[in-house]
Design a protein around this ligand. Sequence first.
Ligand SMILES: *Cc1c(COP(=O)(O)O)cnc(C)c1O
Length: 379
Amino acid sequence: MNATDTIPLVRASLGERELAAVAEVFTSGWPAGQGPQGTGLEAELTRRYAAGGAVAVSNCGAALHLAMLALGVAPGDEVIVADYTFPAPAHAVRYVGATPVTADVRADTGTVDPQAVADLIGPRTVGVIAVDTLGLPADYAQLKAVTDRHGLFLVEDAACAVGATYQGREAGALAPVACLSFHGRKGATSGEGGALIATDPAVARDARMRSSFGIGSIFDQAQIVGLPVPEFTEIGYNFKLSDIAAAILRVQLGRTGELLQRRRAVAARYGELLAGEELLSVPHVPADRTHAWQSYPVTLDAGVDRAKVATDLRAAGIGCGHGAWATHLQPVFATKHTCPVSADLFRRTLAIPMHAELSMDQVERVVRVLRTALRAHAS
Ligand SMILES: *Cc1c(COP(=O)(O)O)cnc(C)c1O
């Protein structure tokens, strides 16, 4: 088997245009963060999401951390988090000394179950972090009804969902605060990167200040006449996105339509080819939303040995993974409280290759190998 026979699980679509944008930053002499590229990116994000403000940061984990700080989450508070996800939301709640309370998910979509959220609200609950699971938006109409009724904040973790929609609105604008990821495995990427999008400009301002050690942009200060020395009044962090990464992202965000169209075609073909397969089920996308297809998760029949199927796929040069995590089953978040649907998805989900560079021949080969492996390892 040679390299051309391998089909990776993920592959970033970075090319000549992104390289040219990086070359421009080199010429400009300002590669650090919050310079012209970062400011330009933030303006584009603010427009794209019709937001009160957008802050470019080093990753989505940092955006979630800044969201918790800006929303005033403190030790003793509880924040309800979607259980089935990359467990960044629960990490963010712990960064500020608060307690994440994991809510179970819908079996058909893997997104947080609004009823489970409502059932978990108690006297210490201050807010909810919903997740657009692997690119599929959660039920924001119902979630918003619950959080409004109880005076809670609602944060959208749209890390995987750039380009997805819910009831005609774009993921990233489905809650008053949203966090995006531009990690190399997501639909738009600068290698590492993230953003916080806020309806309230004050939330964005707070996040931007704390993302740069609590003082404003050094680039902006260099433009001021005289020498006003800024003072440190807050403990901040260095969560800035470099202008090198921002330049790459401005190109990537302009390509999301094109890249998503290719992912959609891959998902549609998988859907056709796997429609009759009784040993797995393909993702369900409710009629009121569209998927960003960060991953293509199939749910295997309970009688299939997932690890053996994965071994066969990898032996054939085909990448695969387990999908998301059940947060409550991770040792660091261990709790007595259970989320049975999430636990079941965590055991049975298999992510198969999904990216914008896949050919339809490759998709067909993945399905052939997968079908054979399913038959070989079903009890
Ligand atoms: C990938 C991911 C994150 C983390 O993003 P980084 O940019 O790597 O910090 C957070 N939440 C979800 C749901 C993710 O999938």
